[in-house]
Design a protein around this ligand. Sequence first.
Ligand SMILES: [Fe+2]
Ligand SMILES: [Fe+2]
Length: 401
Amino acid sequence: MPGLMTMMALAPSPLSVKRCFSSKETPGTTMLLLTKRSSSSAHLLRRSWARGAATATATTAIRDEQELMQRLDEDGWVDRHLLPLLTPAEEAWQPADLLPSFSASADEQRSQVAELQARAAAVPDDLLVCLVGNMITEEGLPTYMSMGNRVAGASDATGCDGHAWARWLRGWTAEENRHGDLLNRYLYLCGRVDMRQVERTVHHLLRRGMRAIPRPSSPYHSLIYGAFQERATFVSHARTAGRASRHGDACLAKICGVIAADERRHEAGYTKASARAFETDPDGMVRALAAVMRAKVTMPGELMTDGRDERLFDHFSAVAQRSGVYTAADYGDMVEHFVRRWKVAELGADLSGEGRRAQDYVCGLPRKVRRMEELAHDRAAKMEAQSVSFSWVFDRPVRIR
Ligand SMILES: [Fe+2]
Ligand SMILES: [Fe+2]
């Protein structure tokens, strides 16, 4: 793409050709136009060179990152440190373990579903909205697996590659797949949500995809993004479990609890792999961390819509913020946690100038995020209460502030 944009910038536009050859300006004016034109061409050439240099630098960086990923696979690091974090299929929980059993008698089935619905009746709408938003995000899994397959040095080229990164990606996908299935089935059985609207939102999200990290093929960007995402989903599912328990829905609390525990293991995997990359290439990793932070870590469900509300994700996020399921303060805490965990402030003298600037930016970020969060909180406190109708809960209004 940058190459194409450079070519377009250098090509004279039809307008500039007409001005140069058909106007009746005096020689002096023509000279002025030519001078302007050549100065503008020089500027474009400089821009083109700068873009070419940036592309070449990015390509070299990706090649170095790819080599590190291949080394971690070949020397057995992924086998020793990441793959044991995944649960073997025979030992893993399955959605059927946490939902009414259909191997029981018809009466028993009916009584288990009735019990699930009786408990779910006490779950407030704001928590249901958080649950639906989380479930829809989990159901975007095909997009996330395809993102994982774009990572240089870690992709599963055949669909059944034997290298360790491919086994990690497939094992991670198999664990994630249960999350959407389990939440989807609970929501269907509980009878509290408009499943057609929920399913339509999943359909839209899969068609729209996700806004990727700045460089989707970069292993560093992907590992960092993975660590943030898994921690954010852990927080969100764990808080939903806590609130479900307080509202008396032990079944939902257990469901969100087991999912949160999976996210915790996944977070440990991406955090460990990032830490290993920090040890090997601190300069590259701190620059990658700053780039991912500058682009903002957006949730993978950001592009969701139900076909009616184009700001559905913003509204869902506002409900999550207000109900304490996932807040801006959590984001500040996460940045602080990873800066500490990856010892970013302690990175030493071997950092480049750019690396040092990235280190300063990242280390100062938690304070900035907290300050912004305080200002947003103060602003929200002065605003009037507002509710939004969510099609997911049959258009019932839910407070967003
Ligand atoms: Fe998940
Ligand atoms: Fe996960």
